[in-house]
Write a protein that binds this ligand. Structure first.
Ligand code: SF4
Length: 251
């Protein structure tokens, strides 16, 4: 006896093919720049800022080393505020060691991780006096053996104080290198190696500053300001940002 429609088991609904959605912004992979594009990108940054400088205030290799150690997880502006008084009181390894942890801490309490940093700054000063005649060593291994000094800090000191063709990769450089395609890499060391291999040695000193400053002020973490980027023509980021929409005038 034939079943009527109501007594038949309902068929599962047919699966609809998934609609194709465009990839979310930022999800597309940036291709690696060609050598000519790397040079064009750097040249655009050079034309806009021919003589880039660190935003940290320092007077010599020692005050540079201390400022960079203090800048971990802190802004350059906050470090500069703290070092005005600190360097007025102690601008040499001997004076810094004599100032002691409490004396250093008095000046740097406004910046992150100040307790550890005070300890490191005093100990590294003491070691500079005891092991290096009160001088900052022009040597990676000796720098990295100092308390609070890692590869990135050593790279900054070697590059800025001694003119070595090194590249310090901080969060800004890492982002810009990957986002633009100038030197993509999965981790900080891979990006450092790629930049050292791809940027002409004569430009490495300034490229370090160009990339940091560009990442800090234009190619920002949350939203790159591509519409006002001097290097946009060379950048290979596939999701460049359009200028923000203007609000219509009231009334
Ligand atoms: S065009 Fe945009 S993504 Fe590319 S470097 Fe400039 S700001 Fe960064």
């Amino acid at each position: 006896m034939p079943q009527d429609d109501a007594s038949r088991p309902a068929r599962p609904p047919r699966k609809q093919p998934a609609a194709r959605r465009p990839p979310p912004a930022g999800a597309r992979k940036t291709p690696r720049m060609t050598h000519a594009q790397v040079l064009g990108f750097l040249d655009a940054l050079a034309q806009a800022n021919p003589d880039p400088r660190s935003e940290l205030v320092y007077a010599d290799p020692f005050t540079l080393l201390v400022a960079v150690v203090l800048s971990a997880q802190a802004t350059d502006a906050s470090v500069n505020k703290a070092t005005v008084g600190l360097f007025r009181e102690a601008a040499t390894p001997q004076a810094m060691a004599a100032l002691g942890e409490d004396g250093v801490a008095r000046h740097i309490r406004t910046i992150g991780l100040w307790q550890n940093k005070a300890k490191n700054v005093v100990e590294l000063s003491r070691r500079l006096v005891a092991e290096h005649g009160g001088q900052v060593p022009h040597d990676r291994a000796a720098l990295e053996a100092l308390p609070g000094v890692g590869r990135k800090t050593a790279n900054v000191v070697l590059n800025v104080a001694f003119g070595e063709p090194t590249m310090a990769v901080d969060t800004h450089v890492f982002r810009v290198a990957n986002r633009t395609g100038i030197a993509p890499g999965k981790n900080v060391r891979a990006v450092e190696d790629a930049l050292v291999a791809r940027v002409p040695p004569a430009l490495l000193g300034r490229a370090h500053h160009w990339l940091i400053l560009h990442g800090r002020h234009v190619c920002k973490a949350r939203a790159p300001e591509c519409w006002r980027c001097v290097a946009a023509a060379w950048c290979r980021f596939p999701d460049k940002a359009a200028p923000p929409a203007r609000k219509p005038p009231r009334g």
